[in-house]
Design a protein around this ligand. Structure first.
Ligand code: C2O
Length: 558
């Protein structure tokens, strides 16, 4: 065989191999040790619950198709679980993490191995504790790189940076919420916001904030994560625009903006061009709230520092640029700007859906003899305040344990009313551990309708186990005749967490191609605690490939 032919053959084989199913996926091992650690953030020394002693916790790096194995060891007196927020967990619901939904918590001295494969996703996500309010300090980034050799659908950045936004309480967070629950009142707002664990210079505290170093003329990929507990946030960099390229590990059409609007549980990956005169520029985060509810109004700051700029140089003022707390229009413009890069033909369930659900979400008021006002603030979906079971729902389902839940979650509010009008006379909710049953591969549409009970409020709503398409959004009450005519079924943004506008609605669609028990809840933790949550029971399809895997041997017991 001539040399040339041999080379050509070898090349052909190479191409063949690299274009057929690749064998470069890997197994990534991590160990998460949950420990209390003393920290001096905000100039106050106190022990917080952390993973591996870090705040924020370690970043989990992997590529699409990799299998991730995380051994979580609990060395604190509190029960622990970890949720891989936005990871689809195809058939591996046992590794999803919400306490009492897919697993019993990991008790003190125990461990549990989370094992899952990253299928069909690439971008930025987050992991966080999913029990009580522990996620305030137990959270970190998940970075899913494209498959080896697959480029980003945007110019290769010079460097990547993770930016995690958080909320900080001087008091112990569990004490904050427990006290509020006893009184039946809203909990105290946080004492500061943080950017990568630091509030930035704040009164009575001289800590420098986080700083992001850049070289003039280069482009950076920022992986922005909102790990705050109760607040949707605005993120800005003075004098700079950002080009959003991905949210919730799904690519978007490039979208240029000067403000990022990001709710708890959401991620936004954006390109930053260091194209301004060298110097220091303030990075700022501030709360969004367009109703009467209290927020932590502390603005956390960090610095964007160009190479060569003196650390002491006065930073450019950004204060005037910070959106008003109630800047609804800024949030709407941001959400309108997000479009899927390429949902692919037929990816968005179109036409008649199998399950068309109307979920009225909001707060309520129930009687409570021992509470401060004789009543307690609650929250719910379709007048149901979800009650956490004592056995995990997924286990109850798998082993056919009866009496843990009922599969009768209402598809619509029990009695329709003017959801965004004057508050109804009866603001009470019912209680129950009720789930909604869906057959494998069914198409589901949920119209999340915000209510005005007590006050209308924005709800960043998260669905576990799926990405959904946000096909429509509006103010006031959803109109089932006219609103669907304006749905975007071509390039709606694909997400796992979506803001339901204050006094308005959002319509989402997904295909129930993942058997399991999947939590849906408001990602403002206070609303989750109050009962704004439910679960979908998605049935197995035909055969093992459409069925949930058997539980791992070390699955914790309640
Ligand atoms: Cu990020 Cu159920 O949560």
């Amino acid at each position: 065989m001539g040399g040339k032919v041999g080379v050509a053959l070898a090349l052909m084989l190479l191409t063949l191999f690299s274009s057929s199913s690749r064998v470069d996926s890997r197994i990534r091992h991590y160990k998460f040790t949950v420990v209390r650690k003393n920290t001096t953030r905000l100039c106050a020394s106190k022990p917080i619950i952390t993973v591996n002693g870090k705040f924020p916790g370690p970043t989990l790096y992997a590529r699409e198709d990799d299998t991730v194995i995380v051994r979580v060891v609990n060395h604190v007196t509190d029960n622990v679980t970890i949720h891989w927020h936005g990871v689809r967990q195809l058939r591996t619901g046992w590794a999803d993490g919400p306490a009492y939904i897919t697993q019993c918590p990991i008790q003190t001295g125990q461990s549990y191995i989370y094992k899952f494969t990253l299928t069909g996703q690439r971008g930025t996500l987050l992991w966080h504790a999913h029990i009580n309010w522990q996620r305030a300090t137990v959270h970190g980034a998940i970075v899913i790189l494209p498959r080896l050799g697959v480029p980003y659908p945007f110019p290769e950045p010079h460097k990547e940076e993770i930016i995690i936004l958080g909320e900080w309480w001087k008091a112990d967070v569990e004490a904050v919420i427990n006290q509020a629950m006893q009184a039946g009142l809203p909990p105290n707002v946080s004492d500061a916001h943080t950017i990568n664990g630091l509030p930035g210079p704040s009164p009575n505290c001289s800590y420098a904030g986080y700083s992001l170093h850049v070289e003039s003329g280069k482009t950076y990929l920022l992986r922005i994560i909102n790990a705050a507990v109760n607040e949707e946030l605005f993120f800005k960099i003075a004098g700079h625009h950002l080009t959003v390229v991905e949210v919730d590990a799904a690519y978007t059409k490039p979208f240029k903006t000067d403000t990022v609007f990001i709710g708890p549980g959401q991620t936004t990956t954006a390109l930053l061009a260091a194209d301004r005169p060298a110097g220091n520029y303030i990075i700022a985060i501030s709360p969004f709230m367009d109703t009467i509810v209290a927020t932590d109004n502390q603005i956390a700051t960090a610095t964007l520092r160009y190479d060569g700029a003196a650390p002491s140089a006065a930073a450019a003022a950004v204060a005037a640029d910070i959106p008003a707390r109630n800047a609804t229009a800024v949030t709407a413009a941001f959400m309108d700007g997000l479009r899927s890069l390429s949902p692919g033909g037929g990816a968005v369930p179109a036409g008649d859906v199998d399950h068309s659900l109307l979920f009225a979400i909001g707060v309520g008021v129930n009687p409570c003899a021992s509470c401060a006002n004789g009543s307690r603030v609650v929250a719910g979906i379709n007048n149901v305040s979800f009650v956490m079971p004592a056995t995990a729902l997924l286990q109850a389902r798998y082993y056919n344990v009866t009496g843990v839940y009922t599969a009768d979650f209402p598809a619509a509010p029990p009695a329709p009313y003017d959801y965004t009008g004057a508050a109804p006379a009866n603001m009470r909710t019912t209680t129950g551990t009720r789930v909604y049953r869906v057959e494998y591969n069914a198409t589901v549409q949920i119209v999340l309708q915000g209510t005005a009970v007590i006050a209308p409020e924005s709800h960043p709503t998260h669905l576990h186990g799926f990405n959904f398409y946000a096909v429509g959004r509006g103010v006031g009450n959803y109109d089932p005749i006219n609103d669907p005519k304006r749905f975007n079924l071509d390039d709606p943004v694909e997400r796992n967490t979506i803001s339901v506008p204050t006094g308005g609605w959002t319509a989402i669609r997904f295909r129930a191609d993942n058997p399991g028990m999947w939590f849906l809840h408001c990602h403002l933790e206070v609303h989750t605690t109050w009962g704004l949550k439910m679960a979908f029971l998605v049935e197995n399809g035909k055969g093992p490939n459409q069925s949930i895997l058997p539980p791992p041997k070390d699955l914790p017991k309640c």
